[in-house]
Design a protein around this ligand. Structure first.
Ligand SMILES: [Zn+2]
Length: 379
């Protein structure tokens, strides 16, 4: 299950199923930085721990899988693909060629239970009816093995993230070390001086392949609807050759994008509002296009107004609170079994109390951010 990707101008292209999808350059790279890998690992560790004593450990995987998948997807579809690939590999390892129907149901169970796509009744009919021909043991085994291996994956990604963070600061961050030089020169220096984070990342080249595919003109369809559907009616389509990099390892994809931005001198910077990296439109850009509040406004839209009001600190704290609060509220609403409402209420009361301390000038914004458990805490 390889990733196919290429970069062109200020765009990244990925093949997902049969579609070629196009996103602004850096989308994957920035998503990789935005995600709190540490928190995902913590959640996975909790699930793994609970599984050890639970009578039906396979039920524990469902909310974890579904929550994490939708979190990853909200950042970048390729990260979603990474997780679903992992599940598929685990299922193949456990079932091999035996019981194809049961292995398919196992996947559906983890992806959908309990929902209208996989109601309890369907689960019962499949696995626990007295005359069921499908044993439950492999399902449990898939669940356990998936979590264990997923934890290792996340740890690997986190280590890579730390190393890439250092490399980015030295090479691609407009305000980073060596800022007086363009990224391509800084990258050259990193290479020449055998800068450790560069050498580590460079090893990922070994995991990159190359493939050329013939496809109906991507550009035409991209202009129409943002992506191309390869349909069967090819008579009138213009066929073109497209070159893709391939890899099984998401780190390699992220690194290639990083390198592409370096080589093309697309220096990045941190948003003055949310602190996330973004590719600035021009040298005066200060704010990114991430959603900054529940009303659907981006940093770019709200930040200048905030400065105008001269209440930057208070508003930033409130926005931060709104964002985290909304996230926690939604997940409690979606999945009360996994995120009990009582826990949310306790968190909220505490966060509101801390917010008033920020407003009174008793608590630093950064400390507030850390205490309410937002993802952008300093590593
Ligand atoms: Zn921002």
């Amino acid at each position: 299950m390889k990733y196919f990707f290429m970069f062109e101008g200020k765009e990244e292209h990925f093949i997902s199923k049969k579609d070629v999808k196009k996103y602004p350059l850096g989308s994957l790279f920035f998503s990789f930085f935005d995600i709190n890998w540490h928190l995902i690992e913590e959640n996975a560790q909790n699930v793994a721990k609970k599984m050890k004593t639970d009578e039906n450990p396979h039920f524990l995987i469902c909310p974890f899988y579904q929550e994490t998948l939708s979190l990853l997807e909200s950042h970048h579809p390729m990260l979603r693909q990474m997780m679903s690939n992992y599940l598929e590999v685990t299922i193949n390892e456990i079932y091999g060629d035996t019981l194809p129907v049961a292995s398919d149901f196992t996947r559906r169970f983890i992806e959908h239970y309990p929902s209208k796509d996989m109601p309890t009744q369907v689960y019962n009919d499949m696995f626990i009816a007295e005359d069921s021909q499908f044993p439950i043991e492999p399902v449990i085994e898939v669940a356990k093995q998936f979590v264990e291996e997923f934890i290792i994956l996340i740890q690997t990604l986190y280590r890579f993230y730390r190393s890439l963070q250092e490399l980015t600061y030295s090479v691609l961050d407009r305000a980073g070390a060596g800022r007086e030089m363009p990224p391509v020169r800084r990258l050259y220096l990193a290479q020449k001086s055998s800068f450790a984070p560069y050498l580590e990342a460079k090893d990922l080249y070994k995991l990159i392949g190359f493939e050329r595919r013939l496809s109906p003109s991507i550009q035409k369809s991209l202009e129409l609807n943002g992506y191309i559907k390869v349909n069967d009616n090819l008579e009138s389509e213009k066929i073109e050759a497209y070159s893709f990099y391939t890899s099984n390892d998401i780190r390699a994809v992220v690194f290639m994008e990083f390198e592409y931005m370096c080589i093309n001198d697309y220096a990045i910077q941190k948003c003055e509002n949310c602190g996330g990296y973004f590719l600035p439109y021009s040298s005066v850009s200060l704010y990114c296009d991430r959603l900054a509040n529940v009303a659907g406004k981006t940093c770019k839209e709200i930040a200048p107004t905030m400065k105008f009001k001269n209440t930057v600190r208070d508003d930033a704290a409130k926005l931060l609170f709104d964002r985290v609060n909304n996230k926690y509220r939604m997940r409690t609403k979606r999945n009360p079994a996994y995120y009990p409402k009582a826990n949310y209420e306790i968190w909220k009361a505490r966060a509101e109390n801390l917010l008033s301390k920020v407003r009174a000038g008793e608590l630093q914004l950064e400390e507030f951010e850390r205490l309410i458990g937002d993802k952008k805490k300093a590593p």
